[in-house]
Design a protein around this ligand. Structure first.
Ligand SMILES: Nc1ncnc2c1ncn2[C@@H]1O[C@H](COP(=O)(O)OP(=O)(O)OP(=O)(O)O)[C@@H](O)[C@H]1O
Length: 513
């Protein structure tokens, strides 16, 4: 006779067997019916989740090795377009430095999700962040990484991989093509920080020697159109420009015009802020293709030792001790090697006020492909400025002959003249002001205040030296310890001197690229 215990065990075994057969039968049935019924009907029929309802997930990491993951960047841009209409309770808003309020950009916060619908399927984008020792990216947690997780019903896997993600990439490409505004990046604590490039300077608004402008534009266009040439010859698809000339002659404006012409982003590298060669290498390889690496005032930049922050890092921590210098030769080696080979359609631009102070390594043949000299204002460029600012065209303004004669005798930076032209909406009065500036400069009776040069030097001491002009004109040279007010960059200490100039372009390798 069976004991009560063994009966209970028997009943338990039977129950397990029955349950297993129900599940087994259900699975078998489901396999059979799956061939003839759609998944959802099958799921409803068996009250079991269909296998396809298992969530699938595509993980999109911020970096692909040392490089930015382009899918991540596209995802970020795409998701930001979903946020305005989505019921997401927490998002972050930012306004690129210098941008108008209409350009507020929304982005997800780590830990939040947004749902998109494509072809009737729901897809969830979730952002998370890991690494960085809890310091966060803004706190200088260099290793913090963001990750997008795109999850969806497993039934849609083919659609997501074959149609949705390509559509996201195409949409972002179209967006960036249509409203592409070049960005300006500056290096801060070993990272590129973007700001929108607001300099509207173009080759049409830049007053410069017509032949020089044509030569530069021609060179840029040829560079862009020679992909096949660079591939065939195995040469790095890059081009170097050295832009030099006195302050206020439009060097930074020319860089902006190049950027706007090509729609290339500008990476304004401040060497003094680079703490080590490792950091420099990291910055260089994190530049995108179709971009410009700009080093302004290169004669000053390369003598600057890396900065030791007295107040520590942005989070108040002590920055790593810096003993190494980033030297010009180190930079050039990296540019020639790693930078050239890690991307394509890259432009390198150095600007300087003192070409005579530049290291021979920079000037040697083959180093910079084209030397562009931005000089003092000539009459042709003055007419362009008058046309741009006041619509004054032709040669028939009564003051033009006098201005033409004066411009042959005195040196004036385009910035100084542009400043006078901007002072009033009255074209006649503005041109009279320009004539007065030139007359005063010739007579040596110019007042110090209010000019481009004095504004530029607002933070420093400066003194005007009587100067015997090369052409016999009066005027004064300016020697100053002041701040650099580049169109692109922040202010850094430097010394400038306002000297003689000549116009022209020294091209290297035109037609030999
Ligand atoms: N050639 C030019 N054509 C039109 N505007 C000019 C030109 N040069 C200068 N300007 C005007 O003067 C301002 C300052 O010029 P910009 O900063 O480009 O000169 P720069 O040569 O780079 O000066 P710096 O050496 O002092 O940095 C510009 O914002 C622009 O308005």
């Amino acid at each position: 006779m069976a004991s009560p215990n063994s009966e209970a065990l028997e009943r338990y075994k039977n129950a397990i067997t029955a349950a297993s057969s129900v599940v087994g039968a259900a699975m078998l049935l489901r396999r059979i019916v799956a061939d003839v019924l759609p998944d959802t009907a099958l799921g409803a029929l068996l009250l079991l989740p269909p296998p396809s309802s298992r969530r699938h997930c595509v993980v999109i990491e911020e970096f692909d090795g040392a490089f930015y993951n382009r899918v991540f960047l596209a995802a970020k841009a795409y998701v930001s377009t979903l946020l305005a209409a989505a019921p997401v309770p927490l998002m972050k808003a930012s306004l690129p430095r210098g941008a108008g309020a209409e350009q507020i950009t929304l982005a997800m916060r780590p830990g939040t999700a947004v749902v998109d619908v494509f072809d009737g399927a729901e897809l969830t984008w979730r952002l998370s962040s890991h690494g960085g020792g809890g310091g966060g990216r803004r706190q200088g947690g260099d290793d913090a990484r963001e990750v997008f997780k795109l999850s969806f019903d497993g039934r849609h896997k083919d659609m997501v991989l074959g149609a949705y993600l390509p559509a996201v990439m195409a949409r972002v490409a179209a967006m960036s093509q249509g409203q592409r505004q070049a960005k300006l990046y500056s290096n801060e604590w070993g990272k590129w920080r973007p700001v929108r490039l607001r300099n509207a300077s173009t080759f049409a608004t830049l007053a410069m020697d017509a032949a020089l402008r044509e030569a530069v534009v021609d060179d840029l266009d040829r560079f862009l159109g020679r992909k096949e040439y660079y591939e065939r010859t195995g040469r790095a698809w890059k081009r170097g420009y050295l832009i030099h000339g006195p302050p206020g002659t439009g060097k930074s404006s020319l860089v902006a015009a190049i950027s706007n012409h090509l729609r290339f982003d500008v990476y304004d590298l401040e060497l003094g802020g680079v703490r080590s060669n490792t950091e420099l290498r990291k910055l260089l390889i994190r530049m995108k293709n179709r971009s410009i690496l700009l080093i302004e005032d290169v004669d000053c930049a390369v003598v600057a030792a890396p900065r030791r922050e007295p107040h520590g890092g942005p989070d108040g921590s002590n920055p790593p001790s810096v003993n190494r210098k980033v030297t010009l030769s180190g930079l050039l080696n990296m540019v020639d090697g790693l930078w050239s080979s890690s991307g394509h359609e890259r432009i390198l631009i150095f600007t300087t006020t003192h070409v005579d102070r530049l290291d021979q390594a920079l000037l040697r043949p083959g180093r910079m492909d084209m030397h562009v000299h931005m000089g003092y204002l000539g009459f042709g460029a003055f007419r362009e400025l008058a046309a741009t600012y006041h619509g004054v065209a032709g040669d028939d303004h009564p003051l033009f002959p006098e201005i033409e004669a004066l411009l042959r005798e005195v040196e004036v930076a385009p910035a100084e003249v542009a400043e006078r032209l901007l002072m009033t909406d009255d074209a006649g009065a503005a041109i009279e002001m320009v004539a007065k500036l030139l007359r005063d400069r010739k007579a040596g009776t110019e007042e110090d205040g209010g000019g481009y040069v004095s504004q530029k030097l607002h933070a420093g001491t400066w003194r005007r030296h009587p100067r015997a002009s090369r052409r016999g004109g009066g005027g004064g040279a300016v020697v100053a310890t002041t701040t650099r007010r580049g169109v692109f960059g922040d202010e850094i200490g430097m010394e400038i001197s306002h000297g003689q100039g000549r116009r022209g372009v020294r091209g290297r390798g035109r037609g030999r690229r």
